[in-house]
Design a protein around this ligand. Structure first.
Ligand code: 5GP
Ligand code: ZN
Length: 122
């Protein structure tokens, strides 16, 4: 099945990565968040930081998820420091909805660095 038509928890690619049913290069893991290398990197550093809880997109966030989101960005910040990309700069991207390019419907923050970035983004 194409990733683009995966939407539910039951057949979620990233839930399978969390469960280690699909292999990935995990660079950080705790009970609330994991981070792994994007299989199709768009920059020399391209990590995906995701909540362990299945949340389909930013649009599905509920007030009770506030602590999860705070933690997610704390992990992003920590990884940027660990990867040594704070000085150089890095871009974080969350695609929300198909029209914005979201293809996997489990919330994820792209963490990109190691090349110049344009603004506005394409
Ligand atoms: P989106 O397009 O939803 O914002 O981002 C989905 C990202 O997941 C893409 O950058 C894509 O390369 C990545 N991706 C898709 N399938 C896999 C996979 O099986 N393993 C890993 N590590 N990344 C994946
Ligand atoms: Zn999921």
């Amino acid at each position: 099945m194409e990733a683009s038509i995966r939407e539910g928890r039951e057949d979620c690619l990233f839930c399978r990565i969390i469960e280690k049913k699909i292999p990935s290069k995990i660079v950080y893991e705790d009970t609330r968040a994991i981070a792994f290398e994007d299989v199709n990197p768009q920059a020399p550093v391209h990590l995906l930081v995701i909540p362990v809880k299945h949340i389909a997109s930013l649009s599905a966030i509920q007030p009770k998820d506030d602590a999860i989101l705070t933690h997610l960005f704390s992990v992003v910040s920590r990884l940027a420091r660990e990867k040594g990309i704070v000085e150089r700069g890095y871009r974080t991207v969350i695609n929300s909805g198909r029209g914005a390019g979201q293809t996997v419907f489990h919330l994820h923050v792209h963490l990109l660095s190691g090349r110049p970035f344009q603004w506005p983004p394409g």
